[in-house]
Every structure is written in C-alpha cells, then in structure tokens.
Design a protein around this ligand. Structure first.
Ligand code: KDG
Length: 324
C-alpha cells in the first residue's frame, strides 16, 4: 500500500554557502527542491510510504534528484526521463528581513514536457491519497492537463486528493493562474491555501467565511488555511477550528515551510480514513502541521528541516528524546 502519491517538478537548488548575495558569493551549496517532493520527503521521514512522479533530464542533475529521493526512502518507480530536455535548476538568495528570493532556470525543462498522455493508472494503484500543487500546472498547458487528469482519475479510483495552490507568479500570469487553479479546485477533497492565496483566488468574495462556503459548495470537504505566524484555520464541511502558530524566535529559511506543514497535516490524517476525518483528529493535525511548518523554518534548504517521527513526537511533547 502506498500512503501518498505526488506529482511535480523537482529542481537542483543552489544557494550561497554564506547566506550572502548571489553576486558576491563564490561558493554555493547544492541540494534539491520542489514543492511536491518536499512533501514526499517529509512524509517519508515520518515513515509513510510515498511515491513521487515526474520527468527528469538525462543528466547529472536528474541523477542527483533521484539519488536524494531514493536515499530518503521515496519511491521513484514511475519517474520518466526526457533525453532532449534538461533537469531544471534554481537559485535561492536570502534577503534580510524578507522571505528569500528565488531565480528559476526551468523553461523547457524535462518536467515542463509532462503531458496528459504520460498518465498511467498504475501511478495510483494501491494508493490512498494524491497530493498536488499549483506549481506543476503552471509549467505548461500540457502539464496543467496532466495534473487535471491525475486528480480526476484519483477521485474516480477512490483516493482522497489534497491540493496546495502554491501560487508562483514568476511562472504564469495572474489571470491564467486564477483560471486554472479554480478549475482544479473541485477535484480536491482537501484544499490547502495560504490566506493571501485565498484572497487572490476569490478576490470578488468579501469575507473568508463566504469563501470557505463557496469552496465547500464545490465538493471540497476540508479547507485548511495557512496563516503563517498566526497559525491556521480549518473548516471541515463548515465546522471551524483554529490553532495558534508554534512560536519561533528567528527564521533561518522560510521556503518549504508550507510543504512541511502539508506533510504534518497529512501525517495525522493518514492515521485514519481520509474520507471520514473527524474534528478531534483535525485538531491534532493542525497542531502537528503548525509544528512541522515552524520546525522547517529553522533549517536552510527546502526540505532538510523535516523532522523524523521521534523528533516530531518530542516537539509535540509525546516522547522525550535523550539529549546526552
Ligand atoms: O514550496 C517550496 C518550493 O517553492 C520550492 O521547494 C521550489 O518547487 C519549488 C518552486 O517551484 O518554487
């Protein structure tokens, strides 16, 4: 049984080793990053069985991505290779008192060639849940169609589906983002937007509660709104729960915190049937998600700040790790 299947682009990530500016740095740390694989890696660290699907170039960067995911226990059995297009790379630059800036080199990448005819029902065989984000559909129209098809098939096959809009305005126009993300929304059972993303997608609707009602009316059971330092607010078919953020004094790197949050939420929800989530379970899922999101901000890198199950239980006060 596979707990979670994810589909999306993963890139090689370079960041100045000194946290300095790209223009001034001679040395760069090399790792990988991709919203969907960040979630997969975090879930694998929490002992879930996870499959990641994508297309990689036939190059050392593609090999590095595969090696990293496999070493962390993520299944890569359906990853495709495109010898004519490269694996994408991106650079991240820390900005004092701001979130980091990222510079993408992903146009015409192997993953941007993902297309609906790549879809294979076997991707979802024996799987419980599909997690996708709004980054993959931004890569190309064909990639959008593939995400749509995968979500649609997942629902037909009885999987639950989580969808994080993860809006990246560097990848598409505001109009296209809004149109396509709203088209994908009804295929999800769990929607995971940030508060600003929710306001962007439903700019004509006045209050958050009205927006939530509209989303539920499209067949989405659970809406979880990530509010950063204010914690999170969730609506399970109209029943609202809010949980405060896990306090952090200093943020090292905020990129990937949302993915760690999603993984924390799924980790708790996967403990029971995702088709019949109850409020008690949702409450602990929000606490775990807030904790995972906060923990991830304490590490440089998009996924390296994912805790093991023992570390998470220690943070949640369920288990005490012996330090010395
Ligand atoms: O959510 C974090 C991601 O944004 C990052 O890991 C890289 O997938 C990525 C992207 O497209 O920005």
């Amino acid at each position: 049984m596979v707990d979670v299947v994810t589909l999306g682009e993963t890139m090689v990530l370079f960041q100045p080793s000194s946290q300095g500016k790209i223009t001034d740095s001679q040395y760069f740390l090399k790792t990988i990053g991709g919203a969907e694989s960040n979630v997969a890696l975090a879930l694998a660290r929490l002992n879930h069985s996870v499959r990641w699907i994508s297309k990689l170039g036939k190059d050392p960067f593609g090999q590095l991505i595969l090696k990293t995911l496999q070493a962390e226990g993520v299944a890569t059995d359906y990853v495709m290779t495109d010898a004519d297009h490269p694996t994408a790379v991106f650079f991240k630059e820390a900005r004092p008192l701001r979130d980091p800036a990222v510079y993408y080199y992903r146009k015409h990448s192997a993953a941007s060639q993902l297309k609906p005819t790549d879809f294979n029902d076997d991707w979802l065989a024996e799987a419980r849940h599909l997690h996708v984000t709004g980054i993959t559909p931004a890569l190309s129209h064909d990639a959008f169609l593939l995400v749509e098809k995968t979500m649609q098939r997942a629902r037909e096959l009885g999987l639950t589906v989580s969808f994080d809009p993860n809006i990246r305005f560097k990848l598409w126009s505001k109009q296209e983002a809004k149109e396509k993300l709203l088209k994908l929304l009804p295929y999800s059972t769990i929607f995971l937007p940030g508060e600003d993303e929710l306001r962007f997608l439903f700019s004509e609707v006045e209050s958050i509660d009205q927006i939530i009602d509209q989303i539920h009316s499209q067949g989405v059971d659970l809406v979880v709104i990530k509010k950063g330092t204010e914690g999170s607010k969730a609506s399970l078919k109209g029943k609202i729960i809010e949980k405060p953020a896990f306090k952090v004094d200093h943020v090292v790197d905020s990129v990937g915190a949302g993915d760690a949050y999603s993984a924390g939420l799924l980790h708790e929800l996967l403990k029971a049937d995702l088709h019949s989530i109850n409020l008690e379970q949702l409450e602990s899922a929000l606490v775990t998600a807030n904790t995972m999101g906060a923990y991830a901000t304490q590490f440089q890198g998009d996924w390296e700040g994912a805790p093991t199950e023992e570390e998470l239980n220690d943070l949640l006060g369920k288990e005490v790790l012996i330090d010395r």
